[in-house]
Design a protein around this ligand. Sequence first.
Ligand SMILES: NC(=O)C1=CN([C@@H]2O[C@H](COP(=O)(O)OP(=O)(O)OC[C@H]3O[C@@H](n4cnc5c(N)ncnc54)[C@H](OP(=O)(O)O)[C@@H]3O)[C@@H](O)[C@H]2O)[C@@H](O)CC1
Ligand SMILES: Nc1ncnc2c1ncn2[C@@H]1O[C@H](COP(=O)(O)OP(=O)(O)O)[C@@H](O)[C@H]1O
Length: 298
Amino acid sequence: MTELDGVLQYETEDLSRIPPRRQGANKGSYGQVLIIAGSVGMSGAAYLSALAAYRTGAGLVRILTPEANRSILQIQLPEAIISSYHPEDITEKRDSWMKQLTELMEWSSVVVLGPGLGRAGYVKSLVEDVLQTAFVPLIVDADGLNTIAEYPYLTGFYTENFILTPHIREMSRLTGKPEEELLCDSLRAATEYRDTYGVSCCLKSEHSVIAAVDGKLYRTVSGTPALAKAGSGDVLTGIIAGLYCLGMEESEAAAFGSFLHGLAGRRAAERCSAHGVLAREIADAVPEVMRAVPGISI
Ligand SMILES: NC(=O)C1=CN([C@@H]2O[C@H](COP(=O)(O)OP(=O)(O)OC[C@H]3O[C@@H](n4cnc5c(N)ncnc54)[C@H](OP(=O)(O)O)[C@@H]3O)[C@@H](O)[C@H]2O)[C@@H](O)CC1
Ligand SMILES: Nc1ncnc2c1ncn2[C@@H]1O[C@H](COP(=O)(O)OP(=O)(O)O)[C@@H](O)[C@H]1O
């Protein structure tokens, strides 16, 4: 790891921070990831996040998504457990929905909220309910962030366990600041957000920056324009959740996840060209990057 002006940057040798899989481990040794994602027409976002969590090393991944997505997700990723809801039940059958959600939150070691949720009316209640019931690390992305931007009082539910992963436009919606200003000094933007709200902030761009709640600042330069492809941010959420399951502390998982995501994008581009990479291939490249780490290939 190098440090320049107080900003940390992971290097290839830092891959050795990924622990080898413990002899005698069982799937429960490697965490239970809950991915609250997807909507009708955007099941892919849930799939990509879940795939990436498994590819990074999570022991058990469950997707909570609208019932309409159940079949496609079970076929695409049979390794994932599917829990589902009928969107109208979130507002119309509050007791049973809250019971289901509370049980799932108790089950989870880490939660991803937001990829592909969409912007339908029920999503506001869903996001509020999750923010209120979360007590394990919560990675908030995409429409989770857009909902918070639309209803700023939701920031009142933030805890230090939250990791926000906005791209520049999402950050602009969250802060009301112009994209040009955020891009111009992304480190300052992420730091100010962290200091204002007490959450870790991974502000994504060509060179993503991470302002962690423990005070550390990181910059990621491992990426490639191959990552400029639909779904690559969804993959990042799963990588961060997976690293937490391997034992990294949550804000380290965010920073290291961003680094690993960049390397996986490069590895996928070697095979498919920078133009041709699919988001799922970024997830599939994570184990290939990890194989360089002593003790991980067996
Ligand atoms: N298969 C699926 O299910 C998929 C589902 N998905 C789900 O779709 C939902 C909507 O998410 P979203 O990010 O596409 O929409 P939105 O917030 O309007 O931003 C889009 C615009 O923002 C900009 N922009 C982005 N990054 C930037 C950057 N780094 N720096 C600067 N600008 C940046 C850029 O604008 P442009 O530069 O073109 O003007 C871009 O066109 C969400 O739930 C997500 O999970 C997707 O993941 C795809 C696969
Ligand atoms: N040109 C680029 N160079 C490096 N990384 C990039 C580039 N373009 C996008 N990325 C990375 O790809 C990811 C895109 O995330 P996001 O915009 O949320 O995608 P999506 O919503 O389609 O899943 C981010 O981690 C971002 O840092």
